[in-house]
Design a protein around this ligand. Structure first.
Ligand code: PMP
Length: 409
């Protein structure tokens, strides 16, 4: 453990040390089976019970209602860019078989590179006309420079379609560092009150929670059709994706295909139904990633769940944004996101002056802090404050940033 450093990386990212020590034991001997977790059959009664218990830990801590199933899938967030389109399109076709394909519309809210990537995948899959893709809001249109994802769209900018196939948003943009606020009704919260009525069917709202999952409660969770998150930020190692899906969105994709017309075939590994029908194991799941996620979830439950993390993460975020404001006032640091629209999990800013960014990173590394380099597409610094990033690490970083400001100012 004393060889480890403070890891502020954006993902895969820090995991609690106690969990890693426990997992090291599990690699040798999973629950007294005499077989390690990377070696045991996913059909063993021990793992079968474990994956079910892990889903229950998520259900209890996020208060997921019985209307929704919790699945573990593979392919990361990227596979869900496709899966949400394919499953929700099949649902829409089964709900409205008579509708011409030109009237099937998917709404995307663009707030950063990840929602942009999801929108690009929908456009690619639907290029042959099975449905059309509509941009319901794009924060770049409201940016200070007219082109960056530096904030969230104002409520007046949203143009939702009537009865869409899905309404897609990314709750926390890991690269640009913006996040929808939990406070409903503020001009830049997610505009739940503007969502369209959907002709007696349930709302097809899809949220990418990859980089904020389990960091605080999810507002209006029950109103979502799908919430998904790759586990590699707050839960575990890369390899598993949690998908919380309302039961009316778990459809028979083959029945939708039999309707004929323009449809997009659904790879069986992306269809929700076989996962829901087989406790996430129609095939071999990502056993190790589910295992470590389960250990993290047990630990977070003991600590007080998402309510506990909301408090801790709020304090961490306030400390970092606080020192960022100090640095901006002194002309040393440059915020990249509008005040009040920044992410709790990924704080993104620049350092002004010739060679200053490299000096910042070097100084941090000399003090045992890594993972602070911003994403290559936006540059600068990115401080990720996931659940396993401790308050002590955060204080250490804030102290360093304050010293750096004094030196550079
Ligand atoms: N969505 C968000 C918000 C992400 O941060 C990421 C990856 N960091 C993805 C989607 C893509 O996930 P993956 O790399 O697991 O495909």
């Amino acid at each position: 453990p004393d060889t480890r450093i403070a890891n502020f990386g954006a993902g895969p990212s820090a995991l609690p040390e106690s969990v890693l020590l426990e997992a090291a034991q599990g690699l040798l001997n999973f629950e007294n089976t005499g077989i390690g977790i990377a070696e045991i059959s996913h059909r063993s009664k021990e793992f079968d019970a474990y994956i079910k218990a892990t889903a229950t830990l998520i259900r209890d801590q996020l208060a997921v209602p019985p209307t929704h199933d919790i699945l573990f899938m593979q392919g990361g967030g990227t596979a869900q860019f496709s899966a949400v389109v394919l499953n929700m399109l099949a649902r829409h076709r089964l709900l409205h078989p008579e509708l011409p394909d030109t009237e099937r519309v998917l709404d995307y809210v663009l707030t950063g590179s990840w929602s942009k990537a999801a929108h690009a995948e929908a456009t690619r899959l639907l290029a042959h006309g099975a449905a059309t893709v509509h941009v319901a809001a794009d924060s770049r249109a409201h940016a200070a420079d007219g082109k960056s994802f530096d904030g969230l769209p104002p409520h007046a900018a949203y143009t939702f379609s009537r009865d869409p196939v899905l309404i897609y948003y990314c709750e926390n943009e890991t690269v640009s560092g913006t996040q929808f606020a939990g406070v409903e009704g503020t001009p830049t919260s997610f505009p739940f009150h503007l969502l369209p009525s959907t002709e007696g069917t349930l709302l097809p709202l899809v949220g990418d929670y990859s980089s904020s999952f389990m960091s605080r409660p999810i507002p209006r969770l029950a109103d979502h059709a799908i919430i998904y998150a790759g586990v590699q930020k707050n839960l575990g190692p890369a390899g598993a994706t949690v998908v919380i899906v309302r039961k009316d969105c778990i459809v028979d994709v083959d029945a939708a295909a039999r309707l004929g017309g323009t449809h997009v075939p659904v790879p069986i590994s992306l269809a929700y139904k076989p996962f829901a029908a087989n406790d996430s194991m129609p095939n071999t799941p990502s056993v190790l990633a589910v295992y470590i996620s389960g250990l993290v979830l047990k630990r977070s439950k003991a600590l007080g769940g998402v309510a506990y993390y909301e408090q801790v993460n709020r304090r961490k975020m306030q400390k970092v944004y606080g020192v960022l404001r100090e640095g901006a006032a002194r002309g040393v640091l440059v915020p990249k996101v509008r005040e009040g629209e920044g992410s709790w999990m990924n704080v993104v800013f620049g350092v002004s002056g010739e060679g200053a960014e490299a000096r910042f990173l070097k100084g941090a590394e000399e003090r045992g802090m890594k993972g602070l380099k911003g994403h290559r597409s936006v540059g600068g610094i990115r401080v990720s404050l996931y659940n396993a990033v401790t308050e002590e690490w955060t204080d250490q970083l804030v102290t360093y940033i304050r010293e750096f400001i004094e030196e550079e100012a």
